[in-house]
Design a protein. Structure first.
Length: 350
């Protein structure tokens, strides 16, 4: 019913003139279509199960065996579809559809930590591109031996934040560094923060009197133009001390606009994190609060093992993951979060 209404609204000649409305309708249509398709698949499986069970009573042993196989296949698929439908029917976080800022910082471990930050940056950008997102470098602080002390990307695409929101936290690596002559395994760490991009209209909420804006000459990679002018911009929010910078664009104006967006995202993320810390239920949740201090994952290279400690997920295909094959991890975290939400809804219902 709703799908037919959305089809009619999207085909109206005036809808394209209102870009925001058109985008919202398109998004709702995609969600409704996914739900309708999954439900149709479920009904088809139900019919296959009934047919399989009917065949199981056939006096011909071959037909009965065939019916048993069909019934088992349909039952297994129905279980998968039930889980999928449950996720589709859960209340949506409006931030999930937003673009995202991805920030990676080297932590304990010196040069090896910076190299691992570079590996994580490559992993996430490859995953994002495979998902159809555009990746923009906002700022980088390169390390001497390679990798990053800190790097910030903007990920542009529908559902960017929703896909990567559970990556926030501490990431630990165990491996033999290239500089290690004795073959000893070292442990180092990086922190990752994934923040939804704020509405452009919200940027005006920042009080100009509370901002300090510094310009400087960008260093490092970025093309021939980047060192010719003081176009890089650093913005400091004086009440909180939170800073953001952008050195990627050619113009100071463009860099200032991007830096302000990152700054607002960081301020909102700080507020969200503080709320989550106060909320005991969120703290107890499997996924955690997304705080930097939460050690969420270990990458063990000698064993080719990735372990996500929040949901006790262990997979042995670390090389593929580091090449951007994050789908299994992202899906498992979304399913776990879905189960949490279902449990919370059941608790409030009682």
């Amino acid at each position: 019913m709703r799908l037919a209404e959305l089809d009619a609204q999207l085909s109206a000649p005036d809808v394209v003139s209102d870009i925001a409305r058109f985008r919202n309708l398109t998004r709702e249509h995609a969600d409704a279509q996914a739900l309708a398709t999954a439900f149709d698949d479920y009904l088809a499986c139900e019919a296959n199960l009934a047919e399989g069970q009917r065949l199981m009573t056939d006096p011909d042993p071959e037909m009965a065996a065939l019916g048993g196989e069909e019934a088992a296949t349909a039952q297994a698929r129905m279980g998968e579809l039930e889980q999928h439908l449950q996720l589709l029917l859960l209340p949506k976080d409006p931030d999930d559809q937003r673009n995202a800022y991805l920030e990676i910082r080297a932590g304990t471990g010196g040069d090896e930590s910076a190299l691992f930050a570079g590996d994580l940056a490559r992993m996430y950008t490859r995953y994002a591109i495979a998902q159809g997102m555009a990746v923009e470098l906002i700022s980088e602080s390169a390390a001497e031996l390679g990798g990053y002390k800190e790097v910030v990307f903007r990920l542009v695409g529908d559902g960017a934040y929703g896909k990567l929101r559970f990556e926030s936290g501490g990431h630990r690596v165990q491996r033999v560094p290239a500089t290690e002559t004795q073959g000893r395994i070292h442990t180092s760490a990086c922190t990752v923060a994934v923040m939804p991009e704020p509405d452009e209209t919200q940027a005006v909420q920042l009080n100009p009197a509370e901002l300090r804006i510094d310009t400087y000459r960008a260093s490092g990679a970025g093309g021939q133009h980047i060192n010719k002018t003081d176009s890089a911009v650093r913005v400091t929010h004086l009440p909180t001390g939170i800073t953001a910078e952008c050195q990627d664009g050619r113009s100071q104006h463009s860099n200032k606009a991007k830096a302000l967006q990152v700054l607002l995202a960081r301020i909102q993320e700080k507020e969200r994190s503080e709320r989550a810390t106060k909320d005991a239920a969120t703290r107890k949740g499997l996924i955690g609060s997304g705080d930097r201090s939460d050690k969420i994952r270990t990458y063990n290279f000698p064993q080719s093992r990735l372990t996500d400690h929040r949901i006790s997920l262990t997979i042995y295909k670390l090389q593929q993951v580091m090449e951007g094959d994050l789908g299994d991890v992202v899906h498992a975290l979304q399913v776990a979060r879905g189960a949490e939400l279902v449990a919370e809804l059941e608790t409030t219902a009682h």
